[in-house]
Structure formats: structure tokens, C-alpha cells
Design a protein around this ligand. Structure first.
Ligand code: S3P
Length: 424
């Protein structure tokens, strides 16, 4: 689907509630499926990716009842073999976390994905799971993954990359290991939703700096209220910062410090952002964010902050085109392994719009403030975050743009445009 975006000649104003966090939605379905009893998940994401996870657990014998955005999960605590392939669609989180769960079952499974997911690296999970005793067949470490269920043993694993998907995969495998403590250490702390939710469900899990350890545990069902997704909020945060005279409030956004790198970067650039009403729900921080149009300066983004804003880099690149001076993004080479190669994709498409941006092996350099001309077609590379970032860029282009493949927004945020229209 092609989407036309025209220059927005007026400010964004008003309040919206940001839809549910995708990472937390995936985990809510997975962990509730492993907990014996009835779990209630409120405010579940309506993105395609979390629904893909739900469908897979239904195939694995879990009963669920969806009413609007509430799901009731009924589980015996045990999964059942399904002889059909389990289709993870576009979702890396589904494939990597579910692999950790299935590797230690007493049955076999096959995981498949769409064109984009089938190109993404799975060595990062196959290697540690194999060290635990798992048997996984793949083609050059890529999907389809054929998993022969096995009894696993504990490992103490040091990951070369800060990745919540890798960390969670190993922890979920460790959850079922009969003896010993399974630990994962990463170079920097990545998002910790797995740790917080497993703890809330009674798992024997602990964190010490960048190391997380888990022992065999039975999970208890809980009621989970999912907060708004800061990765979805990011598009509105940037839009309000770059569309002159805007002032908006985003309600009930997740403010887990492992996810709020975008707020730190925006504030470092000079953004006028306030947190209005902060609360905590089973360890997850939630609050309202007020954003006002701001004059910005470029900055360097590197090191420990990268995993805290990894999914926001495409929209941060749009922001940087409107900041005075140079913005350098480094240490982000793993962006090349996302739904698309997000370094090449962002640089190519923002250049088409007229941005002064150059690609580096592990990031990009953006020089601002530049006038984006637009008057062109842009591509989305099967990548929802590219589609939404280009939409926001289109609002400040001098002439209209045409975004090809805009339907990819449905992966995480089907109501994206509807919510934008509420602020106009
Ligand atoms: C996610 C972790 C991140 C992120 C992805 C969701 C998760 O991936 O990019 O969109 O839910 O655990 P990595 O862990 O591979 O960095």
C-alpha cells in the first residue's frame, strides 16, 4: 500500500493514549502459557507480531479467549506437540524466545518465518542453546529451525551482544533445567521485561549488574496490565519536537529505564520533555510524557545507551536532521540485523528526502539542521519502523512524499495514523 504524506502546516496538539508495549505483550502470552492456571492479560497489543505469538501458543495447546484487548489464558502449565510448522511471521522476538522454550520440551517442533525473518541471524541463540544440550537444525544458522526437544543443562553464558532476545531465550531454556543455575552476562544491560515478569510470576531469578541468573521454577498465573509502548510513543515524541509550536501529552507510556534512551538523547539535544505522572506496576514504570516543539542540537549516541534505544534509531535519525550541528550514532552495528538493515535503509531513504546523512559501519552521521525537500517516493523494506519514521519525516518535508509498503506499520501499530489524526 502506498501512503501519501503531505506537509503538516499546523502544530500537533492534544492528548493520546499509546497502545500496548509489543515486547511485554509477547512475554505476557508466553509466560502465561507456561503458568498452570488462568492468567488475565489486559491492554494486549493489537499489532500483528504479538498476535503471531498468541497463535503459536494456541497451536501448542494453550486455550485463550480474547475480548477486545483483554486475553484470558488457561494453561495446564504444559505445552503439547504440534506437527505443523509454527509460523513466527515477521517477529524475531517470537522466534528467538519460543526457541528457548521449545528446546527443552519432550517433543519436536519446527519454526518458520517470513522473507525478512528467514534472513535474520539465529546463530546468536543456536550457539548457547546447543551448549545447553539442545538439538537445533538450521540452514546456515537461519530459519526454518528444526528443534528436537531434549533435557537441557545449565550454562554460564557470556553474550558478545547486548540483546534481550538472546538473554531471554537462554533464561527461558534455563527455567526448565532440573539442576544448576543458568546465567547470562551481556556487555550492556538490554531491556529487562523478561526478568521483571518472570519474577512477578514467582520465578527464582536474580540480576547482578549485567548478569542475570535463573533456576528451575514453576510460574504462577498473574493479572498483567500492559503499559503503552515507548517505541510507538517515539514517533509522536519526535513529531512534536520537530513540527513548530506543537505541544502534546502521551498517556500511560512504559518508562522502564532499559527502554528510555530516546528520552535521554532528546533531553541531551535540548528537548522540552516532562514526565507528568509516574507509577510502578510489578516493577515496570509507567507515566505520561509531555513534549513541546524545541530547538535542538546534535549529539553523540554510543555505548551503553544503544540497547536502551535500539528500535528508536530510525526515528532518532529523523530527529537529528532537525538538530543544529553533527549527530553521530556509533556502536549500533546490530541494526543491520533487524527487520531490515536499518543503517543502509535509513540512510538511503532519508538521503532521498534531502537529508545530509552518511552511513558508517556501525551507525550513521547526520548534519543538521536541513530542509527536507520531499517530492519523492520512499521504500520501507518490509520494516514497520522505517514506514513510521518516514511518515514523520514527511510531515516536515517541503513537498509531499509517497511511502511504498506502508501496510508494514500493522506489525506493531495498526492505529498509528488514526492516533496522529487525533493530534491535528
Ligand atoms: C526485543 C529486543 C530487541 C528489539 C526488538 C524486541 C525484545 O532485539 O530490537 O524489537 O522484545 O526482546 P535484540 O534483543 O535482538 O536487540
Amino acid at each position: 500500500m502506498q501512503k501519501k504524506v503531505s506537509t503538516l502546516n499546523k502544530p500537533l496538539n492534544g492528548e493520546i493514549t499509546i497502545p500496548a508495549d509489543k515486547s511485554i505483550s509477547h512475554r505476557a502470552v508466553m509466560f502465561s502459557s507456561l503458568a498452570k492456571g488462568t492468567s488475565i492479560i489486559r491492554n494486549f497489543s493489537d499489532g500483528q507480531d504479538p498476535l503471531t505469538t498468541l497463535k503459536i501458543f494456541n497451536q501448542l495447546g494453550i486455550e485463550s479467549d480474547i475480548k477486545e484487548n483483554e486475553i484470558i489464558i488457561k494453561s495446564t502449565g504444559k505445552l503439547k506437540q504440534n506437527n505443523l510448522p509454527l509460523d513466527c511471521g515477521n517477529s524475531g522476538t517470537t522466534m528467538r524466545l519460543v526457541s528457548g522454550i521449545l528446546a527443552g520440551q519432550n517433543f519436536n517442533s519446527v519454526l518458520i518465518g517470513d522473507e525478512s525473518l528467514s534472513k535474520r541471524p539465529m546463530k546468536r541463540i543456536i550457539e548457547p542453546l546447543t551448549q545447553m544440550g539442545a538439538i537445533i537444525e538450521a540452514n546456515e544458522y537461519k530459519a526454518p529451525l528444526k528443534i528436537t526437544g531434549q533435557d537441557l543443562h545449565a550454562i554460564d553464558y557470556t553474550s558478545q551482544i547486548a540483546s534481550a532476545q538472546v538473554k531471554s531465550c537462554i533464561l527461558l531454556a534455563g527455567l526448565g533445567v532440573n539442576d544448576g543455575i543458568t546465567s547470562v552476562t551481556e556487555p550492556y544491560v538490554s531491556r529487562n521485561h523478561t526478568e521483571l515478569m518472570l519474577k512477578a510470576m514467582g520465578a527464582n531469578i536474580s540480576t547482578n549488574g549485567t548478569k542475570v541468573s535463573i533456576q528451575k521454577s514453576e510460574l504462577s498465573p498473574i493479572e498483567i496490565n500492559i503499559c503503552g509502548d515507548i517505541s510507538s510513543a517515539a514517533y509522536f515524541i519526535v513529531a512534536a519536537l520537530i513540527v513548530p509550536n506543537s505541544k502534546i501529552i502521551l498517556k500511560k507510556v512504559g518508562l522502564n529505564p532499559t527502554r528510555t534512551g530516546i528520552l535521554d538523547v532528546a533531553q541531551k539535544m535540548g528537548a522540552n520533555i516532562k514526565i507528568l505522572d509516574e507509577k510502578e506496576v510489578y516493577g515496570e514504570k509507567v507515566g505520561d510524557i509531555q513534549i513541546e516543539y524545541s530547538e535542538l542540537n546534535g549529539c553523540e549516541i554510543s555505548g551503553e545507551i544503544i540497547p536502551r534505544l535500539i528500535d528508536e534509531i530510525p526515528i532518532i535519525a529523523v530527529l537529528a536532521t532537525q538538530a543544529k550541528g553533527k549527530t553521530v550514532i556509533k556502536d549500533a552495528q546490530d541494526l543491520r540485523n533487524k527487520e531490515s538493515d536499518r543503517i543502509t535503509a535509513v540512510v538511503t531513504e532519508l538521503k532521498r528526502l534531502g537529508a545530509n546523512i552518511e552511513e558508517t559501519p556501525d551507525g550513521m552521521i547526520i548534519r543538521g539542521k536541513c530542509n527536507l525537500l520531499g517530492d519523492t517516493e520512499v521504500e520501507t523494506y518490509h520494516d514497520h519502523r522505517l514506514a513510521m519514521s518516514l511518515y514523520v519525516a514527511g510531515l516536515i518535508c517541503e513537498k509531499e512524499i509517497l511511502i511504498n509498503g506502508f501496510e508494514w506499520v500493522n506489525i506493531s501499530f495498526p492505529t498509528f495514523e488514526e492516533l496522529f489524526n487525533k493530534l491535528i
